[in-house]
Write a protein that binds this ligand. Structure first.
Ligand code: NIG
Ligand code: FE
Length: 415
């Protein structure tokens, strides 16, 4: 049935105010809640949302015969937009639990990497895994996200570092049927052993892998890790040029362990997002505050690596648009918990709850270039929402608690 009327909603956060402000300078009023709300969807998109008192059955005829509408009783739930998880490395095999022990003994993340652990460790395991194994591992991780209310999920490749395995990873992502998946080619995650310099490997990516990924239609966008010991600013310039000339939107891991100037390059190149940003300078913050590029903050990685957190307050107060994500991966952030990320954002980055809620929905939608489709509950957008048994005021407070009762994607119940 394609016409649906969701009713008996105690309170619904539309985030209309936040959307009007393009996700910047968020205050509580920008959640734009409606008391006793009704939401109507047609073919998976929101066509009407408002207070029950203003809902008229006769108006349904604009979309279909009013008698054909299916009424869905949400039993007094609190409803808000589905979460947009915009930065994950959810396809991988193996685990790196031993590295936590090493880090506790004082070995740094970078030292572990130069000793053959780190990303290259996961690369070994992922190269060995079959496509079916990767798809099945990914499927259960995706399910975990869905249970937490995620309706749009970004997943990166980047543990193959050769054409065969990178394509295998991207195909595993493409196999997932729900929720909305955004797949990102991260061939430029680390330099594989087969190449002796990062620039040689970048040339291989530019000349072979990027065109192949494009031709096979396996990725929506492209990412690169700009960092000492990984890829240089010059590598990134060449790589981004090529990716953009092929029509890929770009995002980047940058300013995480050291300041490289990647954020400024990102702004100049018009990338969708710059992610991590722990090491940004005052002038970077100023530039980011005026940029269309979204700042993706990943406090889970900072927590696991015992690093400083990005200057979220400074970025937000200056007017930057911020998104939050788990950065789920087996090395620097082995958690899928949105609850932990939201809590760290409040406790360690001093973000207000409305800022966290908007960053995890609308802000994240912007970072994926999906702000016209998802991230708020407004007419014309996808009918992607979660039902909570308590007000959203209860979110990101109790560690490990995430009171999502139901997840709906394109007006279909997926949890
Ligand atoms: O986002 N920064 C690079 N990539 C990941 C870490 C991946 C890994 O350690 O396996 C990150 O933190
Ligand atoms: Fe990452």
């Amino acid at each position: 049935m394609s016409l649906k009327v969701f009713h008996n909603i105690k309170k619904l956060a539309t985030l209309k105010g936040a959307a009007k402000k393009n996700g910047r300078h968020i205050i509580e009023a920008d959640l734009s809640p409606i008391l006793n709300a009704v939401m109507v969807s047609f073919k998976g998109k929101i066509v009407w949302v408002g207070p029950k008192g203003q809902f008229k059955k006769a108006n349904l005829k604009k979309w279909d015969h009013p008698n054909k509408a299916k009424y869905v009783d949400l039993k007094g739930a609190y409803v808000m937009p589905g979460f947009v998880e915009c930065h994950t490395h959810s396809v991988f095999s193996g685990d790196r639990s031993r590295e936590l022990e090493l880090r506790n003994k004082g070995v740094s993340y970078q030292q572990i990497a130069t000793q053959g652990g780190g990303i290259l460790n996961t690369v070994k395991a992922t190269r060995k895994a079959s496509g079916a194994e990767l798809a099945s591992l990914l499927k259960s991780r995706v399910q975990n996200f869905i249970q937490q209310g995620v309706t749009t999920l970004e997943v990166k490749s980047g543990y193959g570092l050769n054409a065969v395995t990178e394509l295998k990873m991207l195909k595993a992502i493409k196999e997932q049927k729900k929720p909305r998946l955004v797949s990102t080619f991260l061939g430029a995650h680390a330099r594989p052993k087969e190449f002796s310099t990062s620039s040689q490997y970048i040339n291989e990516l530019i000349n072979k892998q990027l065109p192949t990924v494009k031709k096979q239609g396996l990725a929506h966008r492209v990412d690169i890790f700009i960092e000492k010991g990984y890829f240089t600013l010059n590598d990134a310039k060449k790589y981004i040029n090529k990716a953009q000339s092929l029509g890929f939107p770009v995002c980047m891991h940058t300013e995480q362990l050291t300041r490289t100037g990647g954020a400024l390059l990102g702004i100049k190149s018009g990338v969708q997002s710059v992610d991590h940003l722990v090491q940004v300078s005052q002038s970077d913050i100023k530039a980011l505050s005026k940029a269309e590029t979204t700042c993706v903050l990943l406090p889970g990685a900072d927590f696991y690596l015992k690093m400083a957190y990005p200057p979220a307050r400074k970025l937000i107060d200056a007017g930057a648009r911020v998104a939050l994500a788990t950065d789920y991966n087996p090395g620097s952030c082995p958690t899928q918990s949105l609850s932990l990320i939201g809590l760290l954002s409040r406790l360690e980055m001093k973000m207000t709850l409305p800022e966290v809620l908007v960053a995890y929905t609308l802000g994240a939608a912007y970072s994926l270039g999906l702000e016209k489709e998802v991230g708020s509950l407004e007419t014309g957008k996808s009918c992607d929402f979660v039902c909570l048994d308590q007000s959203w005021a209860s979110l990101f407070y109790e560690a490990g608690h995430h009171p999502v009762q139901q997840t709906w994607w394109k007006s279909r119940k997926i949890y």
